[in-house]
Design a protein. Structure first.
Length: 175
């Protein structure tokens, strides 16, 4: 099964992201992430055999961290403005958040990530763009209202890909 480790984003903050898609007027085909699926991925594990899940849960229960605060702050794209594939909202650097990601990596070193951890919340995946420069201009105009929230837990999720988009199922919670 396909697994990832993440923390949830509060509903009041997710609702701010809805207005972003309304501000994009450029002809671009963007698959927006549904509100219920918005999260911050700490580590993507990929396909994992069912018999390994209990071991993963056991090792994740060894991760110790204290509650910490983060703040949403700004919008960006991956991999670059010249080649846009992902639209994201950033989280202001929190040493505690990076420490948590590092501790998870220590517990699960056999799961290598293609990219270093970057504090971001994916809100849309760009399929096609008619006018890239216009999209960049529109994205630069969008102002994210800074909002703080506390992270008190992280979760292990199963992701099932369907024709209507991914469906996430919480497998375990780690306070």
């Amino acid at each position: 099964m396909r697994l990832f480790i993440a923390f949830d984003i509060p509903e009041k903050i997710k609702k701010q992201f809805v207005s972003i898609k309304e501000k994009i007027k450029t002809k671009a085909k963007i698959k927006w992430v549904s509100l219920e699926n918005i999260h911050l991925t700490l580590k993507f594990l990929g396909e994992v055999a069912d018999e390994k899940i209990n071991e993963i849960k056991r090792r994740l229960s060894n991760v110790k961290f204290k509650k910490f605060d983060v703040e949403v702050s700004g919008i960006g794209v991956f991999p670059s403005e010249n080649y846009i594939r992902v639209i994201w909202v950033g989280l202001r650097d929190s040493t505690s958040m990076f420490d948590l990601a590092k501790e998870i990596n220590k517990q699960l070193p056999e799961f290598k990530n293609d990219y270093p951890f970057k504090a971001h919340i994916t809100i849309g995946r760009v399929k096609t763009i008619k006018d890239r420069e216009e999209l960049v201009k529109e994205l630069r105009k969008i102002k994210i209202v800074p909002q703080r929230f506390s992270v008190k837990e992280f979760k292990l999720y199963k992701s099932t890909l369907t024709s209507k988009g991914p469906v996430y199922l919480e497998l375990a919670k780690f306070p």
